[in-house]
Write a protein that binds this ligand. Structure first.
Ligand code: ACO
Length: 323
C-alpha cells in the first residue's frame, strides 16, 4: 500500500504586525480583554494588494525548498481557503502557475478553519489511489478582508498567513519506518450555519460580505466536537493522549485548545500554541503552527503528530501523522 509522507513544510506571515493595543485605537477593546478571553497578543495583517495567493506562493516555495523538490516534481496543488483572490479561477491554479508547475491538477478547497485538515485528507486519498504522486497542500487566508473592522466581538480574533506541506506517496517497501498519514476523520453539520458565516457571496448578495459569529455558541460546540472526533481517531488507530508526541490544533482560541487538551488528557507540553502571535488564521493556522514546531526542532522524524480543527459549517476533523 501507499502512505502519504510529509517531505517538508513552509509558512509565510505578512510583515505588518498588529498588536492588541493597536486594535484598541480602532474599536473599544483592550489588551487585557483580548489576552484573557483568547490568548491572542498580536496578529499579522496583509499589506494593501497582498493577496491569499501571494501568501500561498511564499509558503509553498519554502515548503518545496525544505522538501528538496522542484516544480517538476509536483502533480497536485490543493489550496484550502475561504478568502480566494477571485471568485474564479481558483487561487490554486494561479499559485500553480506562479510556482512553474505545469502538470497534474490544482484546485481550491473550502472548509473554513477545517480547510487544512480537509485538504490533507483529500490529498491523502488522491495519493493512495494513484491519482497523483506528489502534492502541495496549502492553507492560506486573508481574513482581514472579510472581517467587520467595526465589530469588536470578531475583528480582534483573526489574522492573515499561509502554511504548506509537500507530501509524497510512498510504497511500504521504501518506507520501513512506517512514516506518513495514519488516519483521517472528517465531520460536518450544516445545521449550524447561523453561528458562523459570511453575510455575502456571489450567488446570494453579489458582495463579498463580512464574517458574523455567535462566539459563545461556537465555543461551546468546539470543545465537544473536537474531543469527540479525536476520540474517534484514537479508537481507530490505538493511539492515545500518552502515545502522541505533538498536538497541533487549529489556533482559534487558547481556551478552546487548553479545554480540549485537558478533556482528552493531553499534556500541556505536547500542545503547539501559536495563537498568541498569529491570531486565528483559519485554514492556515495548522500548517503555520506545524512549520513553527518543525523549524524550532520540536517536531522530528518518527514523531506521532495529531492535527485537529473546527470551523464554519460547522466542519471539523482530525488527522494523525507519523512524521
Ligand atoms: N473587547 C472588549 N469587550 C468585548 C470585546 C472586545 N473585543 N468583544 C466582546 N466584548 C464584550 C461583549 O460586548 C460583552 O459585553 P456585555 O457583557 O456588556 O454584553 C462581554 O465582552 C462578554 O462577551 P462574550 O461574547 O460573552 O464573551 P466570551 O467570554 O464568550 O468571549 C469570545 C468571546 C472570545 C469570542 C469567545 O466566545 C470565543 O472564543 N468563542 C469562540 C470563537 C472562535 O474561536 N471562533 C473561531 C472558531 S471557528 C473558526 O476558527 C472560524
Amino acid at each position: 500500500s501507499l502512505k502519504t509522507v510529509v517531505l517538508g513544510t513552509g509558512s509565510y506571515l505578512p510583515e505588518r504586525v498588529v498588536t492588541n493595543d493597536d486594535l484598541s485605537k480602532i474599536v473599544e477593546t483592550s489588551d487585557e480583554w483580548i489576552v484573557q478571553r483568547t490568548g491572542i497578543r498580536e496578529r499579522h495583517i496583509a499589506a494593501e494588494g497582498e493577496t491569499t495567493g501571494d501568501l500561498a506562493v511564499a509558503a509553498a516555495m519554502q515548503a518545496m525548498e525544505a522538501a528538496g523538490v522542484t516544480a517538476a516534481d509536483i502533480d497536485l496543488v490543493i489550496l484550502a481557503t475561504s478568502t480566494p483572490d477571485n471568485t474564479f479561477p481558483s487561487t490554486a491554479t494561479q499559485v500553480q502557475a506562479r510556482l512553474g508547475i505545469t502538470r497534474g491538477a490544482a484546485f481550491d478547497l473550502q472548509a473554513v478553519c477545517s480547510g487544512f485538515v480537509y485538504a490533507l485528507t483529500t490529498a491523502d486519498s488522491m495519493l493512495q489511489t494513484g491519482v497523483a504522486t506528489r502534492a502541495l497542500v496549502i492553507g492560506s487566508e486573508t481574513f482581514s478582508r472579510i472581517v467587520d473592522w467595526t465589530d469588536r466581538t470578531t475583528c480582534v480574533l483573526f489574522g492573515d498567513g499561509a502554511g504548506a506541506f509537500v507530501v509524497e506517496a510512498r510504497a511500504d517497501a521504501d518506507n520501513p519506518e512506517g512514516r506518513g498519514v495514519v488516519s483521517c476523520h472528517l465531520r460536518s453539520d450544516g445545521r449550524h450555519k447561523d453561528k458562523l458565516y459570511v453575510d455575502g457571496g456571489p450567488s446570494s448578495t453579489g458582495t463579498v460580505g463580512h464574517l458574523r459569529m455567535e462566539g459563545r455558541e461556537v465555543y461551546k460546540f468546539a470543545v465537544a466536537a473536537v474531543t469527540d472526533v479525536i476520540e474517534d481517531a484514537f479508537a481507530a488507530t490505538g493511539e492515545s493522549a500518552e502515545t502522541i508526541d505533538w498536538f497541533v490544533p487549529h489556533q482559534a482560541n487558547r481556551r478552546i485548545i487548553e479545554g480540549s487538551a485537558r478533556k482528552l488528557g493531553i499534556a500541556p507540553e505536547k500542545t503547539v500554541l501559536t495563537v498568541d502571535r498569529h491570531g486565528n488564521t483559519s485554514a492556515a493556522s495548522i500548517p503555520l503552527a506545524v512549520d513553527t514546531a518543525v523549524r524550532d526542532g520540536r517536531i522530528r522524524e518518527g514523531h506521532m503528530v495529531l492535527l485537529e480543527a473546527m470551523g464554519g459549517g460547522f466542519t471539523w476533523g482530525a488527522v494523525l501523522v507519523r512524521w
